[in-house]
Design a protein around this ligand. Sequence first.
Ligand code: PLA
Length: 458
Amino acid sequence: MRPQVSLSGAHGSPTDRRLSALARHLADAHSAFSMDSQNANQTISPSPTAAFNGDSVFANVVRAPEDPILGVTVAYNKDTSPIKLNLGVGAYRTEEGKPLILNVVRRAEQMLVNDQSRVKEYLPIIGLADFNKLSAKLIFGADSPAIQENRVTTVQGLSGTGSLRVGAEFLAKHYHQRTIYIPQPTWGNHPKIFTIAGLSVKTYRYYDPSTRGLHFQGLLEDLGSAPTGAIVLLHACAHNPTGVDPTLEQWEQIRKLMRSKGLLPFFDSAYQGFASGSLDADAQAVRIFVADGGECLAAQSYAKNMGLYGERVGALSIVCRTADVASKVESQLKLVIRPMYSNPPIHGASIVATILKDRDMFHEWTIELKAMADRIITMRQKLFDALSSRGTPGDWSHIIKQIGMFTFTGLNTEQVAFMTKEYHIYMTSDGRISMAGLSSKTVPHLADAIHAAVTRIV
Ligand code: PLA
């Protein structure tokens, strides 16, 4: 029922008119509210009387399992053992086992804080313009013809995950093929991101457990039989979880095959610079696809390579055939973003832009980045040596052959469970360990645990 509102003289003074407008607004709000609550009763509440007799209207909600990766940290945090070790999530730790804030990041933050002219207004829907331009240059190369020809649109995203999600929503809405092929295995969040966005997820063979290397033949066969135009998710470098990347020659073959079938590449670049220590080397795969003039998408994350995990800073670029198409695509990306989170956060993107646009700071970043990559590579060697010296059964050379943040150990679920129970070592149940979470001090403990696991649990 609409409330009775009557104001005499509503057509009189400006005050009366304002009051009259307010009364109309309240009346409308009331009727809208009563409609909402009727709908809610019909569709959501399990019982119309639930709220009155003490039962929760959410009583039917089923408990969800923890996330397979982030849930490892939840379990780790509950463990009170002094020797516990978290090798689950890919988060860089120093030799002292501490999270690292890069010096260049601290410097950039200090500059931002000291700059009194900075404000905290909303960013545009697509984010910080400087950040977007510099991010495209970082991944495609400063001299990329696609950038010079304005064929690239870049929007700021909520780190790698958010950028993938925006790209996926855009494709589900505007691309004619709704099937995306993802590698088997891949980062556990990929299938969820793409499915929830409305794409249909299929897999292509990627990893061969018998060689602990790339299943190149299987990959070519599976992409070769994918329907024309299908989307293909490619890890730009440092494949997660396997640590196995195609060689440049293999990338070239993949590119030829994909272009001949009109498959659309969607690169996930979460580890640029983290794999080899070189930003350019780790972007090679992306760049050979862009160099042929064809189209592709790329999601970038600054979580790992700048250590900005919690700042949630990343970018989505879509390389198009022409500048006109790129600008139309950008207009539609805005329509994806606006109802999702309106516009992205300003702080992390400002840090990145500050570093990328200053030659000295950029140089300092590359040095710190290389130090992180090198420390991870050293940990690979140390773990390999420690297992060799223990005479641990099996071939462990994949530890030094694999690249990036993770080693895909080949340990099975039972062995992982054993290591967690007996040694308080936490890792994902697929046997992936974050090499970035390891230090010289903790290598012997891990090697002991692996040795015990493979000798006791076969
Ligand atoms: N893509 C890949 C391949 C990743 O491994 C990750 C992070 C992301 C995207 C997204 O990262 P971002 O949103 O934080 O930028 N993978 C981590 C963390 C490091 C995670 O699972 O969220 C991992 O441990 O696998």
